[in-house]
Design a protein around this ligand. Sequence first.
Ligand code: FAD
Length: 428
Amino acid sequence: MESETLRSLWWHTTEPPPQTAKLSGGVEAEVAIVGGGFTGLTAALHLAERGIEVVVLEAETLGAGASGLNGGFVVPNFAKADSAQATRRLGEARGRALLELVSRGAERVFETARAHNIVCDAAETGWMQPAHNEAAAEIARARVDFWRSLGRPVEYLSGAEVTKRTGMARYHGALFDRSGGTVQPLSYLRGLARAAIKHGATIYEGASVAAAVRQGDRWRLDCSGPTITAKTVLLCTNAAMSGLGRRLARTIVPLPVYQIATEPLPPEAVERIAPQRVPVSDMRGNIFTYRLDRDDRLISGGMSLVPLGAHQRVGQAVADRLARELKLPDVPRVDYVWRGVAAMTTDFLPRLIEFGPGFIGAIGCNGRGIAMTTMLGEVLADAATGTALSDLPVPTASTTAIPLRPLAGLAASAALLQARWRDWRAGV
Ligand SMILES: Cc1cc2nc3c(=O)[nH]c(=O)nc-3n(C[C@H](O)[C@H](O)[C@H](O)COP(=O)(O)OP(=O)(O)OC[C@H]3O[C@@H](n4cnc5c(N)ncnc54)[C@H](O)[C@@H]3O)c2cc1C
């Protein structure tokens, strides 16, 4: 069966991979990072820049996880949680620090790309979230007021303005965040790896960590043969259930998400639906999203209730929806369909988890991971260099598995059905 990586558009339009290392004998390091996605590589880059001896252990190839398979929307806020949830969870001061952290995420992605000369089709176009009815518009206006109170470059667009910028007439208004945009995510990931290596990090691919054992004041990581010892371990394995990753993955709900890329659109369609190339994700329960890549392919996503034959089915359903919503003259041909697994936390906030002394996991970017992991990597680097977790602007959570986790897939399907039904009932 074709792997998801090869199915994805990104693997066919990416910058070349960096030169990584092959793990053979034993390795000693100050910090060992398990997982070579955005979280792990951003943490590695920050640590290497601070002169810390750091190794990254990636089970497969860089980009095999969500970081190489996502939609490339760079969005500086939470997908589901609202601002009050952050302050309720963390108290006023740390909650506000979390919100400030999240809100700066997109800028940080683009700054990082610039600072390290990462070629990743970075487009700082802003990001739009249209509201499908008056109740959603009310929420959007409240969110705009909140982010503006933090000094963020966020504004409310009228329905007419949304029509001008998307060609769609159905929306009542929209939140527009000027700091958002898009990247080619695999190129961004490879660029992060290249920058981390340049600053002294060592990255091993094909290094699956099976277990971590405490030995004196260090951790020994077992990697089917070779062992790595490190003072600090950062577990950045996201939703993966393999080996050591299980410890983190059992604390989240895994959500399979499909992405598609169509054939390139003709210039007149581009001019009508995205004259400023702004990525769009609306507020419906059954969310509608689209963006363009550098070749004017439409990229969008969806979920499936039944996994059997889902690539073809979801691919066609998403293309049909794109044609319907964007009033395209023809349903565009689907050139790529791929699937990734997003990690959802139960409160929709990111979190740090302490598995032992100096053994910290980070997770929970809830579908808004590009911006958030870029900030989370920096927070993890602070944790690895001595900042107490209680002083960091990210909630800590327990290592306990979610009860009835094996049924989580069913819960996700039920939530999707409910969202579709609610949207249908509301006529949106
Ligand atoms: C289909 C899809 C679309 C998305 N779209 C967007 C989007 O448009 N915008 C956005 O902001 N976010 C999006 N997200 C979310 C975003 O991609 C993630 O939040 C982010 O990539 C998570 O990064 P990460 O480094 O934590 O995890 P990952 O990228 O998943 O990396 C974890 C790595 O750990 C490795 N690993 C696992 N177990 C082990 C082990 N035992 N030993 C060694 N290595 C191991 C894996 O191979 C993997 O490479 C999307 C997610 C999906 C799935």
